[in-house]
Design a protein around this ligand. Structure first.
Ligand code: HEM
Length: 461
């Protein structure tokens, strides 16, 4: 099929034939969505069915709900949906030209080169950086009295990223990079999207400038180097035909990769730890799984053992089901599209919803409960439909960092579970903000003690 002509026209505005409602003038349903996205989607789905029009974040759009819709949009066999134009309104100013902001043949060509940075040989090097970075950070947590998990895991992830992504050890250079990066990530979700003095957005633009200059200065020495951090690997990566990236490509891809990895990892690890603190029997089961690997107390978790942590993987999948870091995936139609008998015009912003599908009662038993074994062979609830569980998306744009995410999660959980026990106060219940990315509003106060200090679980086990 010939490549679809890119949609650059204005958004389609006449969606009146599609069931739905827009909400308030201008703001649409933005405030309701920020407050309680589940309530809004439940209401819209029950009232209007699996395809409805709505308005939020200054955009009219059409939502397509359920596993069939997820498959239709993500597999996109006819090139009906642009990821670039779906994500641009949110990401283009701070993270332009990242992989998600490319479509079809151009996207494919760029993705083939990036795959080099995620091959087994590259992953094996990252895993050793992750082991040492995570252990160091955990030791520091021991001395913090009022530890809050969310800011602590954010710091840990930033510090490990400085070494894994850029090959920069902890110190003033890493601190500067981390700060610039945090400013740009926070600006990506700022409400005011113009660089007025004193705004998050302006700090974000400055942060981006700092990182761009840093990367550009470093590029000449990284090209041809055999260092194994992700930046250097991308500088030297080529596809099977010998095509590589230009300097500008590398800068854009590195910026985007850091952004795509950071908040998703911190959000999903926080949900996982919260549920394991509330469910000590699961925490203990996963601890046993780690102890049964037969490694010594000072050993790293080697790459070859990652697949043995099967139940830890179920628990992570369950955390990603309950609180997917990307609760809604946007696209824009490149041409008129018909789905389930409803015609969606060309140039319509649309979205699918991992957040909603992953809690549909038609698919999941007790959808609000934390039950990691729903992913076991026996229960296999995720097998009911290939697109029922989609925290990493699917199809051409499926998360390229998926295995990296599992790897970092397992290394983190291995060291945490084999050396520490963690609890929240009796009766504690976290309130999660869901949009734009799930996080506990109070940062998740948590107590982390070295194992064996006073461990009622160990004593009774
Ligand atoms: C739990 C962690 C993560 C989650 C839940 C997650 C989720 C996602 C989702 C849903 C998409 C697809 C978006 C779409 O189709 O529009 C995506 C794409 C992407 N992710 Fe992740 N991600 C995670 C971690 C990472 C990490 C660690 C990296 C890098 C090391 C990464 C890099 C990317 C990139 C580059 C893309 C764009 C792929 C493309 O367009 O071809 N992600 N991610």
């Amino acid at each position: 099929m010939a490549p679809a002509k890119m949609a650059t026209a204005k958004d389609a505005t006449n969606l009146d034939h599609i069931p739905g409602e827009y909400g308030l003038p201008i703001l649409g349903k933005t405030l309701e969505l920020l407050k309680d996205p589940k309530k809004v989607s439940d209401y819209m789905y029950k009232t209007y069915g699996p395809i409805y029009r709505s308005s939020a974040f200054f955009q009219k759009s059409v939502s397509l709900i359920g596993p069939e819709a997820n498959e239709f949009v993500l597999m996109d066999r006819e090139r009906n949906f642009s990821s670039k134009h779906g994500w641009s309104p949110f990401l283009d100013k701070l993270f332009p030209n990242g992989l998600m902001l490319r479509d079809f043949d151009n996207h494919k060509a760029h993705r083939r080169i990036m795959q080099v940075a995620f091959k087994t040989s590259a992953m094996k090097t990252y895993v050793s950086h992750l082991n040492s970075g995570i252990l160091d950070s955990l030791k520091k947590w021991e001395s913090i009295d009022d530890l809050h998990f969310y800011p602590a895991i954010k710091d840990l992830t930033l510090n490990t990223a400085a070494s894994v992504f850029f090959g920069v050890p902890l110190g003033p250079e890493a601190d500067k990079l981390n700060k610039a990066f945090m400013d740009s990530v926070q600006a990506a979700v700022a409400v005011i999207r113009y660089p007025l003095p004193g705004t998050k957005f302006r700090r974000g633009i400055k942060g981006r400038e700092f990182i761009v200059n840093y990367l550009r200065d470093q590029l000449p020495q990284r090209r041809g180097s055999d260092a194994k951090d992700m930046f250097t690997v991308l500088c030297n990566a080529t596809d099977e035909d010998g095509n590589g990236y230009t300097d500008d490509d590398i800068i854009d891809h590195m910026n985007f990769l850091m952004m795509a990895a950071h908040d998703t990892l911190t959000s999903s690890f926080t949900t996982l730890i919260y549920h394991l603190a509330l469910n000590p029997e699961w925490q203990q089961t996963l601890r046993r799984e780690c102890q049964n690997l037969g490694l010594g107390p000072q050993d790293d978790l080697p790459y070859e053992k990652l697949d043995d942590l099967e139940m830890i993987e179920w628990a992570f999948k369950e955390a990603l089901r309950l609180n997917p870091p990307v609760p809604s995936i946007p696209r824009r139609t490149t041409r008129e599209v018909v789905f389930k008998g409803v015609t969606i015009p060309a140039n319509t912003p649309i979205n699918i919803s991992p957040g909603f599908t992953q809690k549909m009662e038609e698919i999941w038993t007790n959808p609000e409960n934390f039950e990691p074994d729903r992913f076991s062979e026996q229960r296999g609830e995720d097998k009911k439909h290939r697109f029922a569980w989609i925290p990493f998306g699917g199809g051409a744009h499926m998360c390229i960092g998926l295995h990296f995410a599992y790897m970092q999660m397992k290394v983190f959980m291995y060291h945490l579970l084999t050396k520490y026990e963690f609890t929240v106060e009796d009766g504690y219940e976290a309130e999660f903000q869901i949009m734009p990315i799930p996080k506990p509003k109070d940062g998740l106060p948590i107590s982390i003690r070295p194992l064996g200090e006073t461990s009622p679980i160990e004593e009774t086990a």
